[in-house]
Design a protein around this ligand. Structure first.
Ligand code: OSB
Ligand code: MG
Length: 386
């Protein structure tokens, strides 16, 4: 075991010193947006994006947060309902105007887990504060503007020809890398067919935990395809078996579901369980915890990238801002808006430049304008808390 990652300290974002303003309105809004195409993984197929939005208003300035929890517990244990409960009963009562973000996060520490609920609130506060200061969120977090690398995650397809068609469509846009979802029975031959058709494509696979350590020999066949990484091959709650699998494979492993916070990242590094970490700000409890994990990984020489949860334009904008931080050196799952939705709830949409990069939206806060008429059109439920 490599003990140094258990002890090294990580820098903390200057955003923890930002003060929380008086809130004049608080709304929890559930939206449902149809996907252009259903998104299938080894654990579930999602046909629509159902998301919980948090709208905070202070002196006429509005900040937005998007929760990455689904209505179901199939990717993670939190659901939109558990998030509403934890938010109303435990997180909101600990929030006081005048507190700094850092003080709030400390007051929340007795609330164990529930990172998706915490991230939603932290998101909305950071966006609100940055908008009040009329500066972009990345500046509040302490980072300069930079162009962001792009990547696309292709769901499980019906057949190998359908997969090849999906890859052809994806590569008609200048994405920096393509990720294929895999599962038992749709893996070696499927990835092999894509690799044969695209010998030079930057390619990786994501199993969403569909395998066990008994599949090590089977998974080793993926080494032949020179994938940049294999994401979360084993259980969502495992780290140590990934370390054992990593010793059997040449391809770097990447952890997604297993990493909930900085402690998990330390464990993964100390145990050499992976070569890469997928940081989803919504999954690890927010932007600030994401930056701590990125800083730890940078010290360890472990690459990180920003994952996605098929977010609306609000969550996607946070993912873009996050990737201005050092350490995010690999293309993530930030794709063009048009591959998810015909109509999104923000403007501008995410579009790739000719070189595949994404330019940060220019406005204050997360940079995008939330189109409240679109939000209203897609609203399933709205609760005014204040
Ligand atoms: O495992 O990374 C994942 C989407 C929903 C749930 C889990 C995952 C994903 C993706 C898509 O891979 C990422 C995106 O395009 O936002
Ligand atoms: Mg994943």
């Amino acid at each position: 075991m490599d003990q140094q990652f258990l002890h090294c300290s990580v820098p903390i974002s200057p955003a923890v010193d930002a003060h929380i303003p008086v809130l004049h309105r608080i709304d929890l809004i559930t939206v449902r947006l149809p996907f252009v195409k259903p998104f299938a993984t080894s654990v579930h197929t999602w046909a629509v994006k159902e998301a919980l939005l948090l709208r905070l208003e202070s002196d006429g300035v509005v900040g937005w947060g998007e929760c990455v929890a689904d209505p179901d517990p199939f990717y993670a244990s939190e659901t939109t309902q558990t998030v509403c409960h934890i938010f109303k009963e435990f997180l909101l009562p600990l929030l006081t105007p005048g507190q700094t973000i850092g003080e709030l996060l400390k007051r929340w520490s007795p609330v164990r887990g529930h990172g998706m609920a915490k991230a939603m609130v932290e998101n909305a506060l950071l966006d609100l504060i940055a908008r009040q200061q009329d500066r972009p969120l990345h500046a509040l977090l302490g980072f300069s503007e930079r162009r962001i690398q792009s990547g696309i995650s292709l769901g499980i397809q019906e057949s190998i020809p359908a997969l090849l068609e999906a890859v052809a469509e994806a590569t008609s846009r200048p994405y920096h890398r393509v990720k294929l979802k895999i599962m038992q029975g749709k893996d070696i031959e499927w990835v092999g067919a894509v690799r044969a058709a695209y010998p030079k494509l930057t390619l990786m696979a994501d199993a969403n935990g569909d395998y066990g350590l008994e599949h090590a020999t089977h998974l080793r066949q993926l080494d032949a395809f020179h994938l940049t990484m294999i994401e979360q091959p084993l259980s969502y709650s495992d780290i140590v078996q990934h370390a054992a699998l990593q010793r059997e494979l040449a391809t770097p492993l990447c952890l997604d579901e297993s990493i909930h916070n900085l402690d998990d990242a330390r464990s993964a590094l100390a145990l050499k369980a992976c070569g890469v970490i997928n940081i989803k700000q919504g999954r690890v409890g927010g932007m600030i915890e994401s930056l701590r994990i990125a800083a730890l990984c940078q010290q360890a020489g472990i690459a990180v990238w920003s994952g996605g949860m098929d977010e609306t334009g609000i969550g996607r904008a946070f993912n873009l801002q996050l990737q201005t931080a050092p350490g995010f050196n690999l293309p993530g799952d930030t794709s063009e808006t048009a591959r998810y939705f015909d109509q999104d709830i923000v403007a501008p949409s995410v579009v790739l430049a000719d070189d595949g990069f994404i330019d940060l939206p220019k406005g204050p806060g997360i940079g995008v304008t939330v189109l409240e008429d679109r939000v209203a059109r897609f609203t399933l439920a709205r609760e005014s808390i204040l």
